[in-house]
Design a protein around this ligand. Sequence first.
Ligand SMILES: *[C@@H]1O[C@H](CO)[C@@H](O)[C@H](O)[C@H]1NC(C)=O
Ligand SMILES: *[C@@H]1O[C@H](CO)[C@@H](O)[C@H](O)[C@H]1NC(C)=O
Ligand SMILES: *[C@@H]1O[C@H](CO)[C@@H](O)[C@H](O)[C@H]1NC(C)=O
Ligand SMILES: *[C@@H]1O[C@H](CO)[C@@H](O)[C@H](O)[C@H]1NC(C)=O
Ligand SMILES: *[C@@H]1O[C@H](CO)[C@@H](O)[C@H](O)[C@H]1NC(C)=O
Ligand SMILES: *[C@@H]1O[C@H](CO)[C@@H](O)[C@H](O)[C@H]1NC(C)=O
Length: 402
Amino acid sequence: MAISSSLFFRFPVVFLVVFSHAVVSQQILTLSSDEQESVYQVLEAINSDIQWRYLFPDDLCSSAPHGVVCDYFTDESEVLLPGFLANLSSSLEELVFIENPSLAGTLNGKLGNFTRLKKLVLTGSNVSGEIPDSIGDMLELEQITITRSNLSGGVPLDIGKLKKLKILDLSYNRFQGQLPDSIGNLTELLKLDLGSNYIDGRIPETLLGLQKLEFLDLSYNLFGNFGIPLSLAEMPSLRELYLSGNSLGGQIPEIWEKLGGILRLGFSGLGLVGKIPASMGVFLTNISYLGLDNNKLEGTVPMEFGLLESVNEINLENNRLSGRLPISAKFSAQLEGKLKLGGNPNFCVDASFSSATSNSGLEHLKLCSKTAISHHVLFSGCSSLRSSYLLSFLGYCFVFVF
Ligand SMILES: *[C@@H]1O[C@H](CO)[C@@H](O)[C@H](O)[C@H]1NC(C)=O
Ligand SMILES: *[C@@H]1O[C@H](CO)[C@@H](O)[C@H](O)[C@H]1NC(C)=O
Ligand SMILES: *[C@@H]1O[C@H](CO)[C@@H](O)[C@H](O)[C@H]1NC(C)=O
Ligand SMILES: *[C@@H]1O[C@H](CO)[C@@H](O)[C@H](O)[C@H]1NC(C)=O
Ligand SMILES: *[C@@H]1O[C@H](CO)[C@@H](O)[C@H](O)[C@H]1NC(C)=O
Ligand SMILES: *[C@@H]1O[C@H](CO)[C@@H](O)[C@H](O)[C@H]1NC(C)=O
C-alpha cells in the first residue's frame, strides 16, 4: 500500500477536523464555497497525489473522505478544542484546523501525548495561551503552523529538540520574549516564520545552524538594536528574507557574497543608516523584490543596481538618498511602476528618464540639473562578469551617458 493512501486506509492516522463557523439552519448542513475550498486545500496539502476535487466534488460534509469530520457552530458560540482529541493521541499523525475563528481554548495538556504527530496546523482561530513545553516531546513533528491565532508566551526552549522539523510558522500571534538559541538546532528547517509577534532581544546568531533554511521571516517584531545579524552571510540556502519592522539599526553589512539565491528581501523600517553596499547589486543577481524603504540610508544608489535583471519591484522610498538614478529608463519601464523612490528629497531623475517613464510613478521626483555628473547606466548584457565583482571589469559593460 502506498503511503499516499494513508488518509483512506489508516484512519484515524490522518484526522481532519473542519469547523464551520457559518450560521446554518438546522437541516441544511453544507459548507460555504470558501470553506469547501479551504478543505480541498488542506486535503491537497496532506496528499497532493489524490484528485480530491474530482473524487469528492460534492459538499465535503455530506459526502466526505474518510477522516474528515464536520461540526457546525453558530457565529455566537465559542467552541473549545474538543476533548475527544485526547483519545486519539497515540495514533494521530496530522492535526489540521483551518479558519475557525470561533475555536477557542488552549493547547495546554492536549498536545503532550501526540507523540506520533507529524503535522500540526492551526490557523485563523481564537486559541490562546502558550505552546506547552511538552511540544519538545513530539519528536516526529515535521510541521508546526500556528498562525493568525491568539497564542502568547515565549517560543518554547524545547522546540530545539524537534530534529525533523521542516516548517515552523508562528506568525500573527502574540508571542513575546526572546527567541531561544536552541532554534539553531533545527537543522532540517526550510521555513521559519515568526512575523508579526512581539518577540524582542537579539536575533540569535545560532540561526547559522539552519543551513537548509530557504524562508526566514522575523518581520514586525520587537527585535532590538543589534544590527542585521552577520550569521546570515553563511546561510546560502536563503530564498526569502524578511526582517522589516524591527529597530535593528546599523548599516547594511557586506554579507551578500553567498546569498545569490535570494529572490525576495524585505529590509523596510529597520532604522538602517549609511550607504547601500554596491555588493548587493553584484551578488543578488536573481532578486525579484527588494525593499529598503523607510530607513535612513544615504548616499547614491550604487550603479551595480543596474545589473539586477530579474527585479520586479524595488522600494527605496523615505530614505535620505541623493544623486541620480543609476538605471536606464528602459529598465525602469520593465519595473512597471514598481520602482519606488519618493521621499528622498535630494534624489533626482534625468529629464529623458522621467519622460520615458510617464507612468512609472516617478513623475514627482525632481529633475537633475544638467551640470550634475550622471551615473546613468545603459542596461546591457554583462551577466557573465558579475561573479568577478571587480569594478574595473564591470566598467566594460557600462556605458556612461553624460
Ligand atoms: C475517551 O475514551 C474513553 C474510553 O474509551 C471514554 O470513556 C471517554 O469518554 C473518551 N473521552 C472523550 C472526550 O471522548
Ligand atoms: C498522556 O499519557 C500519560 C501517560 O501515558 C497519561 O497518564 C495521560 O492521561 C495522557 N494524557 C492524555 C491527555 O491523554
Ligand atoms: C476569543 O476568546 C476570548 C476568550 O479567550 C474572548 O474574550 C474573545 O471574545 C474571543 N474573540 C473572538 C473574536 O471570538
Ligand atoms: C485574544 O485573547 C485575549 C485574552 O484572552 C482576548 O481579550 C482577545 O479578545 C483575543 N483576541 C482575539 C482577536 O480574539
Ligand atoms: C541546542 O542548542 C543549544 C543552544 O544553542 C546548545 O547548547 C545545545 O547543545 C544544542 N543541543 C543539541 C542537541 O544540539
Ligand atoms: C539564479 O537562478 C538561476 C535560474 O533559476 C539558477 O540557475 C542560478 O543558480 C541562480 N543563481 C544563484 C546565485 O543562486
